[in-house]
Every structure is written in C-alpha cells, then in structure tokens.
Ligand binder design. Structure first.
Ligand code: HEC
Length: 120
C-alpha cells in the first residue's frame, strides 16, 4: 500500500526539482553563443582561448583546462556562479585588476561560462 502510493509522488518530486534548476542545464547552443560573445567582447586580446580565432593575448592567463581549475583569478572557488560573476563583474570582484567590465548581460556571462567549461 505505502509503496504504491509513494512511487508516483517520488517521480513527480523528481520532475519538479529538476525543472526548478534551469541554471544547471547547459546546451551546445549556449556554448556556441558563448563563443560568439567571447569574440565580440575582445577577450582574445588579453587571453589565449582555444577554439576562438585570434584569441592569443598574453595580458591575462590562458583560459585553458577551465573545467579542471580549482580557483578563478587566484581568488574565487571555481563554480559556475563564481565564473559567471567574474566574467560579468571583474572590477567588482577584484577592483583595480587589469580585466575590464565588458557590460555583459547575465545570459551572455552564463553562455561564456558554458563555453569555458567545455574546454577540458
Ligand atoms: C584588458 C585585458 C583583459 C580583457 C579584455 C579580458 N580579460 Fe580576463 N583577465 C585579465 C587579467 C589581467 C586577468 C587576471 C586577473 C587576476 O588574476 O586578478 C584575467 C582573468 C580572467 C579569468 C580568470 C583566469 C584564471 O586563470 O583564473 C577569466 C575566466 C577571464 N579573465 C575571462 C575573460 C573573458 C571571458 C573576457 C571577455 C569577456 C576577458 N577575460 C577579457 C585581462 C583581461
């Protein structure tokens, strides 16, 4: 009796909780959009970034192996939220550092984050 009642509830609960977290799902098209924002924002004038044409700058660190890093900019734990925050507001996070705020939207910063996490 209890098992029969409990299972549909568990299934519904599972659907509800995964639907409530769109932040955690990312798609190939988010990464492709991220690549476009990276190109348009001129990130490559300061960073080497695999897969982005002319991204060979040496002002900032190369953005390689980003999914395996533990710390962002020597300061923030490498989580999706922290990386998006750094990309959108580097001057807020570390005032005076050489990386400028590029005026990116939340969505643009998240797409760039998805692209960078695709760099194994
Ligand atoms: C004018 C040069 C400049 C531009 C343009 C620039 N950055 Fe940076 N970036 C830096 C510097 C310098 C650092 C290191 C900052 C620090 O460690 O305090 C940095 C750090 C980073 C980091 C952390 C790297 C690490 O190894 O932890 C990421 C990620 C990053 N930048 C992404 C971007 C993205 C994405 C763009 C484009 C939207 C961009 N940067 C544009 C100079 C730049």
């Amino acid at each position: 009796m209890w098992t029969i009642l409990a299972s549909p509830i568990a299934v519904l609960g599972g659907c509800g909780s995964s639907a409530a977290k769109p932040e955690q799902s990312s798609t190939v098209s988010d990464a492709a959009a991220g690549a476009i924002w990276i190109s348009r924002s001129g990130c490559g004038s300061c960073h080497q970034i695999p897969g982005i044409m002319h991204a060979s700058g040496l002002v900032g660190p190369p953005l390689i192996h980003f999914s395996q890093r533990t710390i962002i900019a020597g300061y923030l734990p490498n989580t999706r939220a922290n990386l998006a925050r750094w990309i959108q507001h580097p001057q807020q996070v570390a005032p005076g550092n050489a990386m400028p705020d590029a005026g990116l939207t939340d969505k643009q910063a998240r797409d760039i984050t998805t692209y960078l996490y695709g760099l194994k």
